[in-house]
Design a protein around this ligand. Structure first.
Ligand SMILES: Cc1cc2nc3c(=O)[nH]c(=O)nc-3n(C[C@H](O)[C@H](O)[C@H](O)COP(=O)(O)O)c2cc1C
Length: 268
């Protein structure tokens, strides 16, 4: 089989994605405007910042207006939800399907922030697989949309319950894809991602795996894509203030951006 290129199209839960470079969910950052910028530089799929399923369920004004806002030009777009209560997730997912134009619902099962974990959401779900499966199944039932899950390798260094959970989510909740960040919640965003574990997950799952973690340098990203066999790569911190990274990965731009020789001056 010919080697896949990042420019090749693929499908996620029946949704056509034009290439394999994805904008990661970024809390407090990934609003429609930032997603549109990523799209402008070539992102094949963009994922929203995480949005509280409870905020949607209870009709929090900022949540259901600003945080759920999408624009047609950014499609296909995934909306990331977090929460640990299946009934609340079902209700929030139904609201999203009815009131927005998102293509995919992504569920956060990797957030290491104590404020989120102590409620039982985010990376806490890595050790509560029954609830995690029920939450994912509820999101599917509520929305009728393809549901993906973003998770980590485990809560603590050396643990791999995220790997196990990914299999259960696919087999028992019918999730359409997994975004895998192969670092433990304990290390947050530090250290080398475990690409061997990601490769094993790709080889053993029947659905697309999107690889996250350490996506800063074009050559490293291309190597990680090839080595793991992941369906796509997800740019996060590497694309902050640098949407050109999408273009570089897609071969539509060479080298780092340089400052313009002269910039227009504002004379008021
Ligand atoms: C500021 C910031 C906000 C993030 N917000 C989210 C989020 O809302 N949902 C999520 O699943 N991951 C979130 N992440 C994790 C990223 O999506 C990504 O998995 C992580 O940064 C690893 O990729 P990198 O090493 O290429 O940056 C966030 C990361 C950062 C740095």
């Amino acid at each position: 089989m010919a080697e896949r290129a990042l420019t090749d199209p693929w499908t996620l839960g029946g949704i056509e994605i034009p290439n394999r470079v994805v904008l990661a969910p970024l809390a407090g950052i990934g609003n429609w405007f930032v997603r549109l910028q990523a799209k402008r530089y070539g992102a094949g799929l963009v994922v929203s910042e995480m949005v509280s399923s409870f905020g949607i369920h209870h009709g929090n004004h900022k949540t259901v207006t600003e945080m759920l806002r999408t624009v047609p030009e950014e499609k296909p777009v995934a909306l990331q939800l977090f929460g640990q209560d299946p009934d609340v997730m079902r209700s929030a997912a139904a609201y999203v399907a009815e009131h927005t134009d998102v293509d995919v619902i992504d569920l956060n099962m990797g957030c290491p922030v104590p404020k989120v974990m102590k409620t039982g959401a985010g990376a806490a779900l890595l050790k509560d697989a029954d609830t995690a499966v029920a939450v994912a199944a509820a999101a599917r039932e509520g929305s009728g949309l393809p549901v993906t899950v973003k998770l980590r390798s485990g809560q603590r260094k050396g643990e791999a319950e995220g790997y196990e959970l990914a299999h259960r989510l696919v087999a028992e909740a019918g999730v359409a894809g997994i975004s895998f960040h192969p670092r433990s919640a304990q290390v947050h965003h530090r250290g080398e991602p475990d690409l061997e574990l990601a490769r094993a997950l790709v080889a053993s799952l029947p659905v697309p795996v999107i690889l996250s973690g350490g996506m800063n340098e074009p050559a490293w990203i291309a190597d990680a894509f090839r080595f793991t066999g992941a369906e796509a790569v997800m740019l996060a911190r590497g694309a902050l203030g640098n949407p050109w990274l999408f273009a570089r990965m897609l071969g539509t731009r060479d080298g780092e951006p340089t400052p313009a020789r002269s910039s227009p001056s504002c004379t008021g």
